[in-house]
Design a protein around this ligand. Structure first.
Ligand code: PMP
Length: 779
């Protein structure tokens, strides 16, 4: 094995003098001119200046037959066909019309001749190259890879040569020729990592035919403007290999330069990525593959020096390679990869983040009161389906987040967003079909009278516009809401968001008593409980009147999320609606929480049997992409816009509509509402069974994929277990489950998992809760 590898080092250059070369040129190409010998590793190369133009004359190594030389010729032809503006040499046919000539030279060797066009320009050199130069070279290599992506040749895997980075390990035994022991250890450590960490991953990255030799000697730039890349030469190392290995050669450092090598790498990667987008598994390996390439170079140069006298002139010492490798290893693969990812705008990698520094910067830049979950906020940088992945290396089951209704990073939604973002992102002042397709689909899911849409960016905005419309339609300015409601953050809607029943509300608003049969004023078993609670609407309307206001609208979140998801008595909201309408007010049904299947059917207001004048939507509409919608009657929309006009720059833009349509696709195609119903019931049954042994659980309620668990320290007295609930959140986090607390006493767990949840996820949650309650009891 090693013996045949050493053979690869044997340059065995053809033995042809200048004068014989000139004669071969005359004979086979009818070219005459000044001939100069050039450096070459395997082929003998001459530069020709002639009246017919400048050329490179190549006499191939005896080892290289028609297959290997033909492979290179076919690749050059393919590149020219695919991307004619790529500056690569053009093969000139001989007098017989053939692009390869087999000849026997005076010394008896049989060789293939080729004549290539000469590319003007000067090899890029580290000293004058700018960061832009490296980006341009990266782009050139990206374009070359695009062109070669559609090329194959039977000899592609026969072109075995020492510079094949993916196969560098075969030369590790030759590191013994590296005389400096520190350099030898360094190179060996790179090979060891390549063996254990890099190679197994590299094998599963994209492979195709690659040039595999774009070091600075082979990339030509305009001598007056090094940012202009004018040529790529030497296709002798072409082989079938990993795409990333091609890019890994660009930041070649055989010459000294003051530039940071990491900057060079990042810029080369950015250029490459612009033309041939890198994949995540490639960007994560680039740094290591570059190190491997340097290690390979340092080994080959040392071994050649020891085994053969005839080193090519540009490779007399491996010192610059070892120096560069040392620079890279000092930075480290993690830090280096992090920078490359940042340069290409890949999301940050999971490892190595300094969370204390992030927290400090957060306080400084976002303010000390920027809220976060948990005393020490979680740091997530990746999510998929039901899970979030954190920097501490764990995956967390997300039972809290009600935005990613069809699962985190749902691939269909992600593709829809990125495909649309790649072609057009514009606003509702232009014509486009997707917004109409979306509006048709959305209104078809609602009662027939709800037939017109307005697109905004958030739930708050949706509620704000609905509230403005209700005031215009009724000519009134009083509002009704639940006493602890939350509807958003715009000025008027903040007033609709007291969050707690004790909050003082402005005179124009009145809060209704929360219909909580578990701990509210009227408890389960009370006769006519729904009517008793609904009667509080009469009280609220009368109180409004006392303050001089008539109600324009009642704003209601059907999930009653901020009230802790109470088991609303059947008929309660119908009873409120009856009173609201009798008082001349409109119904704003806030479906930010309850919509899109959360409650086991499309809309929460329908679950309660209400009729809406406005349905407002947010959170799950775009599965995380900002999109808010108000659906109302066309007649309301007409009247309102005739008076005020309405335009939101981002609301309902083409990308938002792509997200909205894709979310509907997934819910429909995967029958997710039914899934939410089935798995939600399974979850609640499991939680109720848990209550047999865990006495802190006072009540389990909810519908569809919405659940509330109320904790009490005394089941008889229903004493809220506020402190215990706070500790439970933390204990569940330690068990890798994310939940949130809710309710006036913060003693209720609010569970709103995505609709893709399966029974196994529900089991994870139930088991973690059982365990956390056990741990709580033990303290
Ligand atoms: N309405 C309800 C019922 C909500 O829960 C929320 C957000 N929690 C909003 C409106 C406001 O939505 P956004 O944060 O998108 O403005």
């Amino acid at each position: 094995m090693l013996k045949s590898n050493i053979r690869l080092f044997d340059r065995n250059l053809p033995k042809v003098e200048l004068e014989e070369a000139a004669e071969l040129l005359r004979k086979h190409y009818a070219v005459e001119g000044e001939v100069h010998a050039l450096d070459g590793e395997r082929d003998l190369n001459f530069r020709i200046r002639s009246d017919a133009g400048d050329f490179i004359f190549k006499i191939a190594n005896t080892e290289d037959g028609e297959d290997v030389v033909g492979f290179q010729a076919a690749a050059l032809k393919h590149i020219r066909e695919r991307d004619p503006s790529l500056p690569v040499p053009v093969i000139q046919p001989g007098s017989n019309g053939q692009i390869m000539q087999r000849v026997r030279t005076r010394s008896g060797g049989s060789h293939i001749l080729r004549l290539l066009s000469f590319l003007p320009g000067t090899p890029v050199d580290g000293a004058s190259a700018t960061q832009r130069t490296w980006r341009e070279i990266g782009k050139l290599m990206g374009r070359l890879n695009v062109a070669l992506g559609s090329f194959y040749h039977p000899a592609a895997q026969a072109n075995d040569h020492p510079w094949d980075t993916a196969n560098c390990l075969r030369f590790q035994p030759l590191t013994r020729h590296i005389s400096d022991s520190a350099a030898r250890d360094l190179v060996n450590s790179v090979f060891d990592r390549f063996h254990h960490v890099v190679k197994p991953q590299l094998d599963s990255t994209r492979h195709q035919i690659i040039h595999q030799d774009a070091h600075s000697g082979n990339v030509l730039v305009d001598p007056t403007d090094p940012d202009r890349v004018v040529g790529l030469i030497d296709f002798g190392d072409l082989l079938y290999g990993p795409v990333i290995a091609d890019l890994a050669i660009v930041p070649d450092r055989t010459e000294r330069s003051n530039d940071s090598l990491l900057d060079v790498i990042c810029n080369a990667a950015v250029g490459f990525d612009a033309e041939f987008p890198l994949q995540e598994n490639e960007v994560d390996l680039l740094y290591d593959v570059i190190c491997a390439r340097y290690a390979l170079g340092a080994t080959i140069v040392a071994a050649r020096g020891a085994l053969h006298e005839d080193q090519p002139r540009h490779m007399e010492s491996n010192a610059p390679l070892v120096e560069a490798l040392d620079e890279l290893m000092t930075i480290g693969a993690d830090a280096g990869t992090r920078e490359i990812r940042r340069a290409c705008r890949f999301p940050p990698a999971l490892t190595g983040a300094d969370e204390d520094a992030l927290l400090d910067a957060r306080h400084r830049l976002l303010g000390k009161n920027a809220t976060h979950f948990y005393s020490r906020p979680m740091h997530f940088e990746k999510a998929r389906g039901a899970f979030l992945y954190s920097t501490d290396g764990h995956r967390y089951l997300d039972c809290y987040n009600n935005v990613q209704q069809v699962g985190h990073c749902n691939p269909h939604v992600v593709r829809a967003i990125s495909r649309q973002a790649a072609v057009l992102n514009t606003n509702t002042r232009y014509l486009y079909g997707s917004i109409l397709e979306y509006a048709e689909r959305l209104t078809a899911k609602l009662a027939p009278h709800l037939d017109a849409c307005i697109f905004v960016n958030s739930g708050s905005e949706a509620n704000d516009i609905a509230w403005q419309m209700a005031k215009v339609m009724t000519g009134r300015s009083g509002g009704l809401l639940m006493e602890d409601a939350y509807h958003g953050i715009t000025g008027p809607i903040r007033e609709f968001s007291p969050g707690h029943p004790d909050t003082r509300m402005p005179d124009h608003l009145q809060g209704l008593l929360v219909p909580d049969p578990y701990r509210g004023k009227y408890r389960e078993g009370t006769p006519d409980i729904a009517e008793k609670y609904a009667a509080d609407a009469d009280r609220a309307i009368a109180d409004l009147a006392r303050c001089g206001y008539e109600p324009a609208a009642f704003m209601i979140d059907s999930a009653l999320c901020s009230s802790g998801v109470p088991e609303t008595p059947v008929g309660y909201l119908r009873g409120v609606e009856k009173r609201v309408r009798a008082a001349g007010a409109l119904m704003i049904c806030d479906e930010v929480q309850s919509g899109f299947g959360r409650m086991g059917q499309w809309w929460g207001h329908e679950f309660h049997g209400m009729e809406a004048d406005f349905v407002t939507m947010g959170k799950p509409v775009g599965n995380g992409h900002p999109l808010g919608v108000i659906v109302t009657r066309a007649e309301i929309l007409e009247r309102f816009t005739a008076k005020t006009g309405l335009f939101s720059t981002f609301g309902g833009n083409t990308v938002a509509c792509a997200a909205g349509n894709a979310v509907l696709d997934v819910i429909e195609r995967e029958d997710l509402i039914e899934n939410g119903r089935v798995v939600g019931d399974y979850l609640r049954n499991g939680l109720r069974a848990l209550a047999d042994s865990q006495t802190l659980i006072g009540d389990v309620r909810g519908t569809g994929m919405l659940a509330g668990i109320e904790f009490v320290t005394d089941r008889e007295a229903r004493t809220p277990a506020t402190e215990e609930t706070a500790r439970l959140l933390e204990l569940l986090r330690q068990r890798h489950v994310l939940v949130g607390s809710e309710g006036r006493d913060a003693n209720i767990l609010k569970l709103r998992p995505s609709l893709i949840f399966q029974r196994k996820h529900a089991d994870l949650l139930i088991n973690a809760l059982d365990d956390a309650l056990g741990a709580l009891a033990a303290t």
